[in-house]
Design a protein around this ligand. Structure first.
Ligand code: SAM
Length: 101
């Protein structure tokens, strides 16, 4: 038998199908977004668009997880890698932070 999430936690979770190419504005604000191994399907402009719309749905101290072979570098300036945490990206919340990387 595999792992199973306790009902007390499962009852707080909503499972939904969602197309990342559609508007995300009704989804609410997230502290953590897992978008692992999905961007591989999109061309560069679409990756950029999806990432910036994901960012718009995230809290300022939120984190994004991408697949180990994926990156935001050169695609979206809204996120920056979290040092030492492979696949984990934090929000770049202002222009000054962007300038120093
Ligand atoms: C390679 S799988 C990765 C699954 C999982 N995230 C993982 O890392 O094991 C890619 C997933 O992206 C989903 N996907 C592809 N295009 C999508 C889109 N436009 N919106 C939402 N999901 C999409 C596919 O349905 C598939 O489940």
């Amino acid at each position: 038998m595999g792992w199973e999430l306790d009902e007390s936690i499962r009852s707080m979770v909503q499972y939904r199908y969602f197309n990342l190419l559609e508007s995300m504005s009704a989804l609410g604000v997230f502290d953590v977004v897992y978008c692992r191994n999905v961007l591989i399907y999109f061309d560069q402009p679409t990756k950029s668009d999806v990432l910036s719309r994901i960012r718009n749905q995230m809290s300022e101290d939120g984190v994004l997880y991408l697949g180990g072979a994926e990156t935001v570098l050169g695609i979206c300036e809204d996120f920056k890698p979290v040092p030492g945490q492979r696949g984990m990206y934090g929000i770049v919340s202002n222009v000054a932070q962007r300038a120093v990387g």
